[in-house]
Design a protein around this ligand. Sequence first.
Ligand code: ZN
Length: 98
Amino acid sequence: MTCIQCGSKEIVKNGSIHNGKQKFMCKECGRQFVENPQNIIISQETRDLIDKLLLERMALAAIVRVTGVSEHWLQDYVNQKYDTMPQCIDVKKKKRDV
Ligand SMILES: [Zn+2]
């Protein structure tokens, strides 16, 4: 595993938190974290890649496999994206019965 902040592999065990999860500390930057942090920092590069894959209409499960983000995080990300997107395409206006 690598440091979530600086990417260093110089990680040491640093006790455990109240729920028994192993806590780690980075020897490089001193950042402390647990094995599965709630607030995962996703790099801008990964976000850009996800944007491209979404445009290709790739399934969320496939994007999870390709980028390594959590499914939960991706779902939140997509929801946020659609919330902020302008609703410029109104498919209901298409009439097919002409
Ligand atoms: Zn670090």
